[in-house]
Design a binder for this molecule. Sequence first.
Ligand code: ZN
Ligand code: ZN
Length: 166
Amino acid sequence: MSPADKQQRLAGFLAAHRDSGLPVTIQRRAVFEAIVERPDHPTAEQVYRAVRQDLPQISRMTVHRILGTFVSLGLVTKTCHPGSATRFDPKTHQHHHLVCLECGTIIDIEDSRLNSLPWPEVDPREFAIQDYHVHFHGRCARCRQKERESARPAAGPRGAGGPQDT
Ligand SMILES: [Zn+2]
Ligand SMILES: [Zn+2]
């Protein structure tokens, strides 16, 4: 993120607070600064650990509450997976994700073709669709590398495919 982008996000942060009449507290500012430049879609717990370095007094509860406020102000988005912790995303425009099924890494992907997919026809009394984004599931480079390393045959006289000792 360029310094100009960061400046712009901070201006958006201040404006959102002004418009909604919420005070810009030291805690809110620290949480926003901790998340705005992170590309890794941290959990609330990870944000808490980062903020605690500057504000050792802050509670986990406060960080959770502030993140919830940011979501309702549209300053960050949530990306959810059934059965795993909510991850927070400082990008609020429509974008998509590559999700590693092994380690949970989430990588942003921007592809305008994915922004105009047809929405399914659902009964609006049952469900009101607001938005969507696409998750592509797979395995990240680090996990694939680990797998290659563990699949490598152990070095020795009986290596795979080698001549048998007689
Ligand atoms: Zn992975
Ligand atoms: Zn994202």
